[in-house]
Design a protein around this ligand. Structure first.
Ligand code: ZN
Length: 197
């Protein structure tokens, strides 16, 4: 797996290079946050001594910024930090609003790129899609992040979108066989004969 997602704008944080290596599970954990562009500044503030951050921020319009390479950890959700890719999402202070269509498409794109299977994460290192409030060990401050509306979108839109799509079935052109032609001809003859009687 590549460290950087080609569809994201790469904006490395000052501590991006010094984070420990991530155990590379096919795992995405989703968050919500108030700010749009303010997230980079928030993670960059000098008093962020614990290097709190996420790998990605997904804006309302579907744009994506990446702050840390996915080969390294981002400190966003306690026990999951060592192995999951952390994805922030803009909500402008309204996590009760659903993610926009563009955000959903961007989130699904990240999950596909990360190779997440169509299932929720387990609490221990695993593959799938999760959310911050899913387990207490990831969420020691008991945030509701990303909120009931967005959690429902994970379960009903994002995870189902990761299911392998069935291959399109081949269109088979039906050519009437000899027997069908014979029957059709026979029918015509029969009705002609019936008319004669
Ligand atoms: Zn969160």
């Amino acid at each position: 797996m590549q460290a950087r997602y080609s569809k994201a704008h790469w904006r490395p944080l000052r501590f991006a290079g010094s984070m420990p290596a991530r155990q590379q599970k096919h795992a995405v954990i989703l968050h919500t946050n108030g700010g749009g562009a303010a997230v980079f500044d928030y993670f960059s503030r000098p008093d962020n001594k614990d290097d709190i951050a996420s790998h990605f921020q997904v804006f309302n319009d579907g744009r994506i910024e990446q702050y840390i390479g996915c080969d390294k950890v981002a400190y966003a959700a306690y026990a999951s930090n060592g192995w999951a890719i952390q994805v922030e999402t803009e909500d402008d202070g309204h996590p009760e609003r659903p993610w926009t269509k563009a955000q959903l498409a961007a989130i699904i794109g990240i999950c596909k790129w990360a190779g997440c299977p169509a299932k929720p994460l387990a609490e221990s290192p695993s593959d799938g899609v999760g959310w911050h409030a899913q387990y207490h060990s990831w969420n020691l401050h008991s945030h509701s992040c990303p909120g009931a509306v967005r959690i429902a979108q994970i379960e009903h839109v994002i995870i189902p979108a990761l299911k392998p799509q069935p291959k399109p079935t081949k269109v088979v052109k039906v050519v009437p066989g000899r027997w069908a032609k014979f029957k059709a001809g026979h029918k015509k003859l029969w009705s002609w004969l019936k008319g004669k009687r």
